[in-house]
Design a binder for this molecule. Sequence first.
Ligand SMILES: NC(=O)C1=CN([C@@H]2O[C@H](COP(=O)(O)OP(=O)(O)OC[C@H]3O[C@@H](n4cnc5c(N)ncnc54)[C@H](OP(=O)(O)O)[C@@H]3O)[C@@H](O)[C@H]2O)C=CC1
Ligand SMILES: O=C(O)C1=N[C@H](C(=O)O)C[C@H](O)C1
Length: 251
Amino acid sequence: MKIALIGYGKMGRMIEQIARGRGHEIVSIIDVDNQQDFDSPEFASADVAIEFTAPHVAYGNYLKAFARGVKVVSGSTGWMKDHGDDVRRMCTEEGHTLFWASNFSVGVAIFSAVNRYLARIMNGFTQYDVEMEEVHHVHKLDHPSGTAITLAEQITDAIDRKQKWTLGRLTQPDGTTTVEHTPQADEIGISSVRRGEVPGIHTVRYDSDADSITITHDAHSRRGFALGAVLAAEYTATHSGLLTIDDMFKF
Ligand SMILES: NC(=O)C1=CN([C@@H]2O[C@H](COP(=O)(O)OP(=O)(O)OC[C@H]3O[C@@H](n4cnc5c(N)ncnc54)[C@H](OP(=O)(O)O)[C@@H]3O)[C@@H](O)[C@H]2O)C=CC1
Ligand SMILES: O=C(O)C1=N[C@H](C(=O)O)C[C@H](O)C1
């Protein structure tokens, strides 16, 4: 399969390695300094473009790929609030294809299934409150993480007493913590911590007077995310529309 890469940072480079290892051809690599390559025949020849860039540029990259008739797999986070509706419309009504996931790792797909199941149980046990924490490396631009938002939305979908998530505490790389918002009874507080080179840790904790129940996913490296993105590209080559991880991994 012919793959174009948009974004050649930590994820782009690891995806290149894994994609080549699985026998794919990388036909184009677009980063900040060669944006003109979006107009190259090599980019247009790609079966799928894999996009891992940054919150403020991801949407523009989708538009550029769509304009050239190239399907996109993207893991960029932090753009959904501003452009989610627009992207949904382009993929459901205008024939474009985007496979987007806040987290591409198989482990987080399994963790999400457990999170949904646990939340359904907890809907009937009102003595438990729930809070979340995500820990990532100091280079991360957005907070809370896309994965934390997805997990929180799964919980608000299942627990009647929780309506929305909110950023509770934010811990900066130097260790200073600020309380951004004190969660109300109907809110899930998410604490974001930026520390060292942590690839990504997500924790959901239910607490009652009697006890607490905690589930955690701890990524050992970015390899799981990168492999998942390549698997998603293989899936996207033969599927269309707005796709996500639940389409690919069925539990
Ligand atoms: N869904 C998932 O499973 C995962 C998602 N992510 C998300 O993916 C994104 C990228 O992560 P990561 O690779 O670690 O970040 P990096 O900062 O290491 O890489 C991003 C790359 O994109 C480049 N870039 C910036 N703007 C553009 C543009 N307009 N066009 C093309 N390239 C551009 C950057 O260049 P420069 O450095 O010069 O600005 C950099 O090389 C983040 O949003 C992160 O949250 C990360 C891991 C897993
Ligand atoms: O920026 C990262 O590194 C990651 N971002 C994603 C997110 O925002 O959830 C996925 C993963 O946790 C790594």
